[in-house]
Design a protein around this ligand. Structure first.
Ligand code: G3I
Length: 353
């Protein structure tokens, strides 16, 4: 671990891109970290979206296109083309691709949720799904969110079709372990992550994830890392507590990736946030980047979208938004400048794999 990062005071104004300044991906490459974002592949047809993405980021992850429902809409039908479009874009622009996600309780197809399958049948379905999807992207997707959001806030396992309703016939975290083993079988070279939200700092959920990860490592279950989503507000948990959680996970030998970073703000009808909140948001972005850079095992920082124009936030949190680094007109925000300032501090001189 390196010396503590600096606490940043962010500029209060919206900023346009300084043409002479290095884009984020270039700074990230110099710091030995990946900077990624979630992408809706249909948006690649919008020239300014594609240009901003290719200029600033060196990692992409499909926001929905690799989830079970979109990619496997019928028992014997796989719809790879939207995600393939993103993979091709990434290759053309020298970007890494993260896969998201193989096992989740949301966005599942009706043929699975309404199929009244037995545990044995569900086990076969999930094994086949992982084999096909991970196999299709072997050699292109370098890391997978194998299992997403399995724990509830109190640290208990969330009831899902894969766990216990009726489940695939494994006890406790056994279904998670099984998914990791199947993913490893399908692509032995891919890094395999468990991914969750509200598990950044020390709490019942992050404790449960830590216990599971420690137990998996002890028994040789092929887990390589934990994804911390970081869907934040300005009332962020203690950074010291986040740091302690990252430290205990990295001490297990696991990678940490910040997978879905955004900081949502109250906005008016035009989608505009207050100057105070924009400054606070910038400070948080800068602090998260500095925190990640303190750990050699924190290998990627990814935002959940490029521009506020297409963020999931206003849809799920009415009255909130402005959560990302670029405004709806692709102008950089104070958060972008703070992100860049933190990346510019040469506190790290190692490389990712
Ligand atoms: O593609 C269909 C389209 O064909 C259909 O006409 C339309 C009608 O509603 O729906 C479209 O699918 C939507 C999809 O996003 C693509 O835009 C789904 O309804 C909608 O539920 C889906 O929402 C996504 C959500 O996950 C559920 O999968 C959000 O965009 C995405 O940002 C969100 O991402 C999740 C992460 O995967 C996990 N962590 C939390 C994060 C935020 O909820």
């Amino acid at each position: 671990m390196r010396s503590p990062g600096l606490r940043l005071v962010a500029p209060l104004v919206l900023c346009t891109l300084d043409a002479a300044a290095q884009p984020l991906r270039q700074l990230a490459e110099e710091r030995g970290i990946r900077i990624g974002t979630a992408v809706q592949s249909a948006l690649l047809e919008e020239p300014i979206y594609a240009a901003t993405l290719a200029r600033e980021f060196n990692q992409v992850e499909p926001e929905s296109e690799m989830k079970f429902g979109p990619i496997h809409p019928a028992p014997h039908q796989y719809r790879f083309s939207p995600a393939d479009t993103l993979v091709a874009f990434a290759r053309r622009n020298r970007m890494a691709v993260r896969g998201h996600t193989l096992v989740w309780h949301r966005q599942q197809p009706a043929w699975v949720t309404e199929g009244r399958f037995t545990p044995a049948q569900l086990s076969t379905i999930l094994h086949e799904h992982i084999r096909k999807v991970v196999g299709h992207y072997a050699g292109t997707v370098y890391a997978w969110d194998v299992v997403n959001e399995s724990f509830r806030e109190d640290g208990s396992l969330r009831p899902t079709i894969w766990f216990n309703s009726p489940g695939i016939g494994r006890y406790g975290t056994g279904y998670i372990e099984q998914a990791f083993r199947w993913a490893k079988e399908a692509d032995p070279r891919a890094l395999l992550f468990y991914n969750d939200y509200n598990a950044e700092d020390g709490n019942a959920k992050s404790d449960a994830i830590y216990q599971m990860a420690r137990e998996f490592k002890t028994r040789g279950v092929p887990i390589d890392g934990v994804g911390l989503q970081m869907h934040l507000t300005t009332k962020i948990a203690s950074l010291l507590s986040v740091e302690a959680n990252i430290r205990r996970l990295t001490e297990l030998g696991l990678q940490i990736q910040i997978t879905e970073l955004d900081v949502r703000l109250p906005v008016d009808a035009a989608g505009t946030a207050s100057v105070m909140d924009i400054a606070k948001q910038a400070e948080i972005y800068g602090e998260i980047v500095s925190l990640c850079l303190k750990f050699s095992h924190c290998t990627a920082i990814q935002t959940w979208g490029v521009t506020d124009q297409y963020s999931w936030i206003p849809g799920e949190f009415p009255g909130q938004g402005a959560a990302l680094l670029f405004d709806p007109h692709y102008q950089t925000k104070a958060a972008y400048q703070a992100f860049r300032t933190s990346l510019s501090i040469p506190s790290r001189n190692w490389s990712f794999q």
